[in-house]
Design a protein around this ligand. Structure first.
Ligand SMILES: Nc1ncnc2c1ncn2[C@@H]1O[C@H](COP(=O)(O)OP(=O)(O)OP(=O)(O)O)[C@@H](O)[C@H]1O
Length: 241
């Protein structure tokens, strides 16, 4: 299996605070890779660097064999940030059309992709409403639809299901599996939700800017003598303190 993302000795500080400390990591094509860890551990900073939105102080990141940042990669990465970056005075459909127009898509493809993405996040009926009238969960769903819009090879989703009800969360995860299995997409998620961590193929546990453990969910359960992921998380925390 090919490597989609390679991170080599990446460090980052904000002021005197070291937020990432010599991170080394490879993410394989067609995997769902999860980053879990407490608030402030450095997960968002790390995924932003993969997207090219933040720059390491030292170290290198390659995505699809291109050194980041690289404009060519924008077409290939769908990014859902933790805070929604939406045009609230526009409708959901206008937002999707705007973001779709940034990519190399024909008019027909734009139409098809908007219908597909809206359906996945269950927003089809609400597309003509202004985003200002959306609930928090609807805004998250629209942000996820935007991340899917250009049919990217890589999805980088920063806490994608926060504020989304369990039923829709379940169907979104089913779609992530389908995208992985049928379309070979590489999917990176950060999460605080432990049952989501268990759904990933591979997990990195981030704490204080370092990856303290990595492996399949089962491997991590073995390492931390845990029967579920809440225990993995708690036991990993105890070992560090
Ligand atoms: N632009 C910035 N300027 C200064 N400090 C920052 C900046 N961005 C992040 N930080 C700090 O870096 C640390 C890591 O933040 P980051 O958002 O990467 O954590 P996280 O693991 O994603 O947390 P959460 O789960 O709460 O989103 C935090 O201490 C945060 O305050």
């Amino acid at each position: 299996m090919k490597e989609t993302i390679t991170i080599m000795k990446v460090s980052k500080s904000f002021g005197k605070k070291m937020v990432l400390d010599e991170i080394d990591l490879t993410i394989k094509e067609g995997h769902i890779y999860g980053f879990i860890g407490p608030s402030g551990a450095g997960k968002t900073t790390l995924v932003k660097m993969m997207v090219g939105m933040d720059k390491p102080d030292s170290g290198t990141i390659y995505v699809l064999n291109e050194k980041v940042p690289n404009l060519k990669l924008l077409q290939e990465i769908g990014y859902m940030a933790q805070s929604d970056a939406l045009y609230t005075e526009l409708t959901g459909k206008e937002n999707l059309t705007f973001f779709a127009s940034l990519y190399k898509l024909s008019k027909t493809e734009i139409k098809e992709r908007i219908a597909y993405a809206a359906n996945i996040v269950n927003l089809t009926e609400d597309l003509s409403k202004k985003v200002a009238a959306y609930s928090g969960g609807m805004k998250r769903r629209l942000s996820l639809a935007i991340a899917l819009i250009q049919n990217p090879k890589i999805l980088i989703l920063d806490e994608p299901t926060v504020g989304i009800d369990p039923e829709l969360r379940f169907s979104i995860w089913n779609e992530l599996y389908r995208l992985k299995q049928e379309e070979g997409k590489t999917i990176i998620v950060t999460t605080h939700v432990m049952d989501e961590a268990e759904r990933c193929d591979y997990i990195a546990m981030v704490r204080d800017g370092s990856i303290i453990a990595r492996g399949t969910p089962q491997e991590l359960k073995n390492i931390y003598h845990a029967s579920n992921f809440d225990e993995v998380f708690l036991n990993a925390g105890r070992e560090r303190s």
